[in-house]
Design a protein around this ligand. Structure first.
Ligand code: 6GU
Length: 226
């Protein structure tokens, strides 16, 4: 899978993809992440990419030409399945969206800044919008990093134990069960006896029951498909 990220702050996107799973995905050739500095593609002087908004009001808007020029160039090079715009007024990101995106070949992600991008780009180029939650970030980069991480780890071959993503919280609309490691007795705090019984069937049943209980307590809406 190839992900092209359009940003005015490429530095913000260096570290998130240079460690752990994302590094492994890149090293194994399963995921290619290419960041593009929008300023390198503007026809305006001094790398200008934003301007005042028509109609007045505080805050700058990202101009259409630099984005259109760069996206046109990318789209002549290969076919993209989605052009995604990261924006707090988009539909909320969830595991289902991550699963769907992980099946795509090439995607473009636009990171907005300031007041956002000129709406004509949303109308004529963007095929999908994503918000990562009901709060406002200063730019789309951190949100893009969240999406790329959630998608990248789903690519076959990225996780060591390929089945383990199947047991993630949310993958079956249930939260994950509690987990424990050594020592079995830490300061007198012991672990559930069943985990030491050695019977995988019993342990699976216990974990499933814990998942349901946790979901009921913490996120009842997940059980009712809310
Ligand atoms: Cl995608 N962008 C920004 N700027 N803020 C956000 C967001 C995205 N998702 C939640 N807050």
């Amino acid at each position: 899978m190839r992900i092209d990220i359009i940003t005015v702050l490429p530095e913000l996107l260096e570290s998130p993809f240079s460690h752990s799973m994302m590094k492994r995905a890149k090293d194994r050739g399963l995921l290619e992440i290419v960041t593009h500095n929008l300023r390198d593609h503007t026809p305006y002087k001094q790398g200008q990419v934003d301007d005042y908004q028509f109609g007045g009001g505080a805050g700058m808007v990202m101009m259409p030409e630099p984005l259109a020029i760069l996206i046109d160039k990318l789209q002549t090079e290969r076919k993209y399945d989605e052009v995604i715009y990261m924006t707090p007024d988009g539909p909320l990101f969830d595991q289902k969206t991550a699963n769907t995106l992980s099946l795509k070949e090439n995607i473009i992600i636009i990171c907005g800044h300031y007041k956002g991008i000129d709406d004509r780009i949303r109308q004529h180029y963007v095929t999908k919008e994503i918000s990562i939650g009901d709060y406002v970030l200063s730019g789309g980069e951190l949100a893009a990093a969240v999406v790329v991480d959630a998608v990248g780890r789903l690519l076959p071959g990225v996780l060591n134990d390929e089945t383990s993503a199947l047991f993630d919280s949310f993958q079956d609309d249930l939260l994950a069960p509690p987990v424990y490691t050594r020592p079995a007795d830490f300061r007198g705090w012991t672990i559930p006896e069943v985990l030491l019984c050695g019977d995988p069937k019993k342990i699976d049943a216990w974990r499933h029951e814990q998942s349901i209980q946790r979901t009921k307590e913490r996120r009842p809406g997940l059980l009712n498909d809310e």
